[in-house]
Design a binder for this molecule. Structure first.
Ligand SMILES: [Zn+2]
Ligand SMILES: [Zn+2]
Length: 375
């Protein structure tokens, strides 16, 4: 929930002093920092709010406008008054605060010296296409993926040996440099060493100094029995390696089921369309039906079975993931009308037609009739 009460956001009184505001901000910002709450959108939103509140309350001029006119007053000021031109959505100020925050953050962690900034590796996605049979039993799928791994030659430092790295001369190893702008005195990440406090003098041959390398890796993924189309599995740490000792990203695997010649999956059930001859459906009898685990079973079909009728075979469907239950096999009757009749079959059909009080047209005439229409 976005709150426009900046004092409440930081949990300070309206007459709070600068130090009090700064302390409150630092505490909250550290608690909600995205690096500490990866993937937590609530924390991210809170973090943004805290920053917004601090941005205003720590700037005397803005705080004064805010106290008098509220957040709306600041917005109005952004358009109308030159002095606040860069405030709303101002990239410059945002960046400056980002840096300021980072400074507070690293100091807050107790390290006087700039701590090397680690970064988590990227998440990766891959797809596993499996057959329905494999989904039925569960399967180990070998996947070849391209991912970034920590360079083994330099152990991720990017430097060749221990002598290939030395203290950054620009920041004397602190990783940060000071500068001032307007009201603020800022410290920002040292541009020479990227905040590392160290520079590589002789880069590692294998990775060219990056500390990481693209590698093709083969990963075996175990998919459980009953896995469904579109299911996504997460392999924790299976993504790109992190930067400077940061955590690896995750690998997400999306399952897709290949088309099956016999079965269509409907949740836990399997649907099979059985082609049944006209006379078979009329007379009743047994129908031969394939099952997913291999082989066939027979099901009894009563006489007078209609087209579209569905027979349910209990427990011959897909297993539920992680459970012992199994879905059903649904056998759907598809009546087949013969395309060509032998003379004897025709005779019998004609007799059936006669019994029903229906005079069948003579075969030759029928053909001639359609020829006329078509020709
Ligand atoms: Zn290397
Ligand atoms: Zn430096």
């Amino acid at each position: 929930m976005a709150s426009n009460d900046y004092y409440r956001t930081l949990g300070v009184a309206r007459n709070a002093g600068d130090d009090e505001i700064k302390t409150a901000y630092r505490k909250l910002a550290m608690k909600h920092h995205p690096d500490r709450n990866p993937g937590n959108t609530e924390a991210e939103a809170a973090f943004k709010e805290i920053n917004e509140a601090y941005e205003v309350l720590s700037t005397p001029e803005k705080r004064q406008v805010y106290d008098q006119y509220g957040a709306e007053g600041l917005k109005a000021g952004a358009g109308g008054r030159g002095g606040f031109g860069g405030f709303q959505g101002g990239a410059d100020l945002g960046d400056m605060f980002g840096d300021l925050f980072e400074n507070l953050f690293t100091q807050g962690q107790g390290g006087g010296r700039g701590k090397p900034r680690t970064r988590r590796g990227a998440d990766l996605k891959a797809e596993a296409g499996i057959t329905l049979e494999e989904a039925f039993t569960g399967v180990k799928v070998p996947l070849n993926i391209e991912r970034t791994e920590v360079c083994r030659d330099c152990d991720g430092t990017g430097a060749r040996g221990r002598t290939g790295i030395r203290k950054c001369p620009a920041c004397r190893g602190a990783g940060r440099v000071q500068y001032s702008q307007g009201f603020f005195s800022f410290s920002q990440a040292c541009p020479d060493c990227g905040g590392q406090g160290e520079v590589i003098t002789t880069p590692c041959k294998a990775c060219g100094g990056a500390g990481r390398q693209k590698k093709s890796a083969s990963v075996n993924i175990k998919l459980p029995a009953g896995v469904e189309e579109g299911a996504v599995l997460r392999v924790s740490g299976g993504g790109d390696a992190g930067l400077r000792g940061g955590d690896s990203g995750d690998l997400y695997i999306q399952v897709s089921l290949k088309h099956h010649p016999h079965f269509e999956r409907q949740g836990g059930d399997l649907v099979y369309e059985a082609q049944v001859a006209l006379w078979q459906a009329a007379l009743g009898g047994e129908v031969d039906v394939p099952i997913i685990e291999g082989g066939r079973i027979k099901i009894r079909m009563p006489q007078g079975t209609q087209h579209g009728k569905v027979f349910r075979v209990h427990g011959q469907g897909m297993p539920s993931t992680g459970g012992r239950e199994r879905g059903d096999l649904l056998v759907k009757v598809k009546l087949e009308v013969p395309h060509d009749l032998t003379p004897r079959q025709r005779e019998l059909f004609e007799e059936l037609a006669k019994l029903a009080g229906h005079e069948a047209p003579p075969e030759e005439k029928e053909k001639g009739f359609f020829k006329k229409i078509l020709g």
